[in-house]
Design a protein around this ligand. Sequence first.
Ligand SMILES: NC(=O)c1ccc[n+]([C@@H]2O[C@H](COP(=O)([O-])OP(=O)(O)OC[C@H]3O[C@@H](n4cnc5c(N)ncnc54)[C@H](OP(=O)(O)O)[C@@H]3O)[C@@H](O)[C@H]2O)c1
Length: 330
Amino acid sequence: MLKKIAFPASQLPLQCLYRNENLLRQMAENADFCQIPEKVERVYGPLVFPAAPPDRPYLTGCLVLSLDGRLGFENESSSRTLTSANKLDHSQGKTDLWLVNLVRTWADAVLLGTGTLKEEPEFTGHVYDPDLQAFREAHDSRFCRNPWNVIITRRPGELPWQHPVLSTPQIPLLVVVPASSRQELVDCPGGRFCYGVIDGANPQETVGLAAMSAQMVNRQLEKDPEGADPRHLVITLPDDHFPDFHTLLSLLRQLGVRQMAVESPHWIWQLMAEKKLDEFFLTHTGVYAGGSVLPGTGHAFQPASAPQGQLASLHMTPESVLFSRQVLVY
Ligand SMILES: NC(=O)c1ccc[n+]([C@@H]2O[C@H](COP(=O)([O-])OP(=O)(O)OC[C@H]3O[C@@H](n4cnc5c(N)ncnc54)[C@H](OP(=O)(O)O)[C@@H]3O)[C@@H](O)[C@H]2O)c1
């Protein structure tokens, strides 16, 4: 059973402080889907994403940081612990969690990190808000019921198979591994799913078989609403320079992924280093965490080539949470 959380609009006290109208107009002009849930319009305001480029998904990062730039507290590093520690946030972090849901509403895939799976045992990459999920289901020619949860790992044998992301049949799962680790997944660890394997070095035939349109998937799920999503796949990529994002992102696009929410801190910074992250939804919650749970430590950018965040909009909840939507400029 997939988790549902009610987010009454009255408990989401978002105020819009700034909108970069020129930038937002340009983004909307490049959109190929302009529908918006009524609740988003009311609580957040207009929100449109540019269409994906032809060769890869449009990539949106999403994170919450403390005021001193930490991902979480030293010994309790989950994002929910961080947001609920802010006593001045009367929503106790719920507004930030809703923003995560909002970004997922447009996503065909959610990229999660294994570091997060190990630290946070209780989440999956689907839309918890029934109102936003109803929007996805109302646009079932555009969206599959639930987005793919994508995990990229060098060590599939160490995956926590009891984690809901890996053990919930309704969650479509795509595990990306080095070719030399393929055997570790062939026997279907955890015993839950039988995986189809796409060879990223020679993908044509297998992608053709695996790419299922949203309508095909939704039709299958309609027969059994609590049934398993049929999309459980492994992609193998060459061990050298794993993961080759050029190949991986092109494969995801062929699998019908137009937009992917990137929620793994490691992969957000990696995709910025590769100049591929398009947007960042970044929450700053008004609490100082201290300690060493910092993002981007493995990716030291140079001053002349550091990614820039161009502000598209800024929201706040009284009195101490800031939500920015930034477009990455490289
Ligand atoms: N504040 C927030 O919004 C937020 C959101 C999510 C998570 N978190 C917290 O952030 C922490 C996790 O962040 P994270 O960045 O450490 O992990 P992560 O992004 O969750 O996972 C790291 C990912 O990078 C992969 N990887 C590939 N090469 C790597 C390398 N050279 N070094 C490290 N990882 C590599 C890992 O795969 P392998 O399996 O191959 O190692 C893994 O999939 C947790 O404490 C979590 O609770 C906070």
